[in-house]
Ligand binder design. Structure first.
Ligand code: GDP
Length: 309
């Protein structure tokens, strides 16, 4: 069990997920948290990572460091997504074994599932079909991470667990229009269109894909809970259990921002996977449920990021 003074390392604490876990640990009174900016500690480098573990000997590790991005970035920087993610996770998981970490949590994403898997996505559908091509490199890396955790558990008895969150949003999200995910991209597009009095906002794809959105603070809460409660191979989906279409999401954000213009659909841009809804039965049985409503969550992140009043 994690104690208040346990040495806890959060890999990727500047990112949306890592920063949410950091806030959660601080709120829970943990006072021996280890964090390092990626400029100081390049987790892609094996020696540097080994030296870090040797020096700090963390007892618990949240592995939230990853190269992440939306549909275009994933599709374009295929080599970087594969290389960076495999290197980071291999180094951290292996050094966690070398230095006797008591428990490690590896974080992935719902894109690990086959493109045409039945919905909602149950954990057992992993590796039952072909992946969505636009994010295959990222997915392959994350699947390797799950298998690494399971292999180290099997061969060496390490308590390494994996969790796969659905699409996330929250503080410290990426708002770069080329690299971000849909939710922050739309907040920014509608906000700027309103501020500039632009008549139309271009949204990618057909608007028909369905996505599920989880607030990063809910995710951090679930991670903290599972770090205490779950000690098994395989992985646990973390989601809210319901989804909405990109068209509905666009209307919701347009409304929250107060933009009065038109939405134009750019069907030259990819839709990606048609639906990506997590089955959260396993998580619910373990005793955890999301609490932040999508509309409330979007209002909050919009206010934090852009609100002028
Ligand atoms: P995905 O869940 O891995 O497909 O990643 P995204 O969040 O990037 O995209 C989700 C869906 O939103 C896709 O169907 C996109 O085509 C659509 N979408 C609509 N407008 C945008 C936008 O401005 N940025 C992004 N990233 N996606 C958009």
């Amino acid at each position: 069990m994690m104690q208040k003074d346990s040495r806890i390392y959060i890999a990727g604490h500047r990112g949306m997920v890592g920063s949410a876990i950091h806030r959660k640990l601080l709120r829970e009174g943990h006072d021996n948290i280890i964090v390092k900016a990626s400029q100081e500690l390049d987790l892609r480098n094996q020696q540097v990572t080994a030296d870090f573990f040797k020096e700090h000997k963390p007892e618990y590790v949240f592995l939230a460091a990853a190269k992440v991005g939306g549909i275009l970035a994933n599709n374009e920087y295929k080599a970087d997504f594969l290389y960076d993610n495999l290197m980071i996770q291999n180094n951290v998981i292996h050094q966690a074994y070398e230095y006797g970490v008591k428990k490690l949590m590896f974080l992935g994403s719902s894109c690990i599932y086959p493109k045409m898997a039945p919905q909602p996505l149950k954990e057992e559908y992993l590796l039952t079909g072909l992946l969505e091509p636009t994010n295959e490199p990222y997915a392959v890396a994350k699947i390797a991470g799950i298998k690494m955790c399971d292999a180290y558990r099997y061969q060496y008895g390490c308590n390494f667990i994996s969790v796969m969150p659905t699409n996330l949003y929250g503080p410290n999200d990426n708002y770069d229009l080329q690299k971000s995910h849909v939710l922050p991209a739309l907040i920014r597009k509608f906000h700027e269109a309103k501020a500039n009095g632009t008549a139309e906002v271009v949204v990618w794809g057909t608007g028909t894909p369905l996505r599920e959105f989880l607030h990063a603070d809910d995710l951090a809460d679930a991670c903290y809970y599972l770090m205490q409660q779950y000690n098994d191979a395989g992985f646990v989906n973390i989601g809210v259990g319901t989804d909405i279409s990109i068209a509905e999401l666009a209307e919701m954000i347009k409304d929250i921002v107060g933009y009065k213009g038109k939405i134009i659909w750019d069907t030259e841009k990819p839709d990606g996977t048609p639906r990506k809804l997590m089955d959260v039965t396993k998580l619910t049985k373990l005793g955890w449920k999301a609490t932040i409503q999508l509309k409330d969550g979007i209002k909050e992140v919009y206010k934090q990021k852009f609100d002028t009043n």
